[in-house]
Design a protein around this ligand. Structure first.
Ligand code: HEM
Length: 326
């Protein structure tokens, strides 16, 4: 039960718990309440940091493979409690499930199939862990970072709340798909947030010789495109460093490929729809219930520092004060 207000809330830990709980619930049908397990949250965040160090130093993976394997086994070992929570819940679900297995959540069905194929528990848990990383960490970091933007941009937060009020009045029920599609300002807010938060760069291998402005990129070359640079370049955006959701009012105002937070082409993100819907539901529910502001009152958007993990993330999230809306 929310009291009137809390001060000093660590949005990163809170959002890691919420996002992982929800992705486990959606994809495995498992209830975990990770907010009551701060040590698991800390380990999950450490695992993400390890993964991002490797992502930026792929050349280390091969020479250090056996060391990395042991580090990751220690990490998985420490996550035993989580493994138990998840696998016990899946077992309960399977025991009480009267439907054919195809009716189970997709990921539970995958675990079951792995078991039938006699995969070891370690391998099965790795499958569960992959879901944490792709579905849990991505939305957790986006959720905590967008809350941080709302907190330090009170006018934007007020407009986002106003839109919710127009759709729901004082009702705090879950939104329907139709109501989600009415949240145009929230859409623009998320788009603008992703301009600051998406991956700093993406890499692709050229599958054929490609000619770009007279320069030939040979087949097999790795092409790295610097998204961060493009998304904040004054050639493509007016006042690129200003946080302005309304720049997305007219989609013709920006070049298609100067904005691609979910990647481009056939290997783009398959979780785009899930991730966006997740964030809209979570933010809609929060905006209607609470107001965020930084404990340090002078903290402004310009004070935010970004750091590259797998994605760009707010490196210095302010502690938040949250206040219940009446
Ligand atoms: C809102 C948060 C998310 C963002 C910003 C995001 C962004 C991205 C980006 C930029 C890529 C690389 C695409 C490319 O190389 O062109 C990617 C790949 C991927 N994402 Fe996401 N993602 C998000 C959420 C999710 C979720 C929720 C899932 C799973 C349910 C997911 C699963 C994946 C997978 C499996 C890939 C690899 C696709 C492949 O290599 O074929 N993502 N994501």
């Amino acid at each position: 039960m929310l009291e009137r207000s809390y001060s000093g809330v660590d949005s990163k830990a809170a959002c890691t718990a919420v996002a992982h709980d929800l992705s486990l619930k959606t994809l495995f049908g498992v209830e975990t309440s990770l907010a009551y397990h701060p040590e698991i949250i800390a380990l999950l965040n450490r695992a993400k940091e390890l993964a991002s160090i490797l992502a930026f130093n792929v050349s280390l993976i091969s020479p250090l493979f056996s060391i990395l394997q042991s580090v990751s086994d220690v990490l998985y070992g420490k996550l035993l409690k989580l493994r138990k929570l998840v696998l016990d819940e899946i077992d309960n679900q399977l025991k009480s499930n009267q439907q054919p297995h195809q009716e189970l959540p997709f990921s539970t069905y995958m675990v079951l199939r792995n078991r039938r194929d006699n995969e070891g528990e370690q391998k099965i848990f790795r499958h569960v862990h992959e879901v944490f990383v792709t579905a849990g960490h991505t939305v957790a970091s986006k959720l905590s970072n967008t809350i941080c933007f709302l907190a330090v941009l009170p006018d934007i937060q007020e407009r986002a709340w106003q839109e919710q009020y127009e759709i729901f009045g004082n009702d705090i029920r879950d939104p329907t798909i139709e109501e989600l599609s009415q949240m145009k300002f929230l859409d623009r807010f998320l788009k603008e947030s992703f301009r600051f938060l998406g991956p700093p760069f993406l890499g692709k291998e050229a599958t054929a010789d490609i000619n770009v402005d007279g320069i030939t990129i040979p087949r097999g070359a790795i092409v790295v495109y610097l998204l961060r640079y493009i998304k904040l370049h004054p050639k493509y955006w007016n006042n690129p460093n200003i946080f302005d959701p309304d720049r997305f009012l007219d989609e013709n105002d920006y070049l298609k490929f100067s904005y691609s937070p979910f990647g481009i082409g056939i290997r783009n993100c398959p979780g785009e729809y899930y991730g966006t819907i997740f964030l809209k539901i979570a933010l809609s529910k929060m905006l209607r219930r609470i107001k965020f502001r930084p404990v340090e009152k002078d903290f402004r958007f310009e004070d935010i520092k970004f750091k590259s993990y797998l994605f760009l993330e707010v490196d210095n999230p302010p502690k938040l004060q949250i206040e219940k809306r009446t």
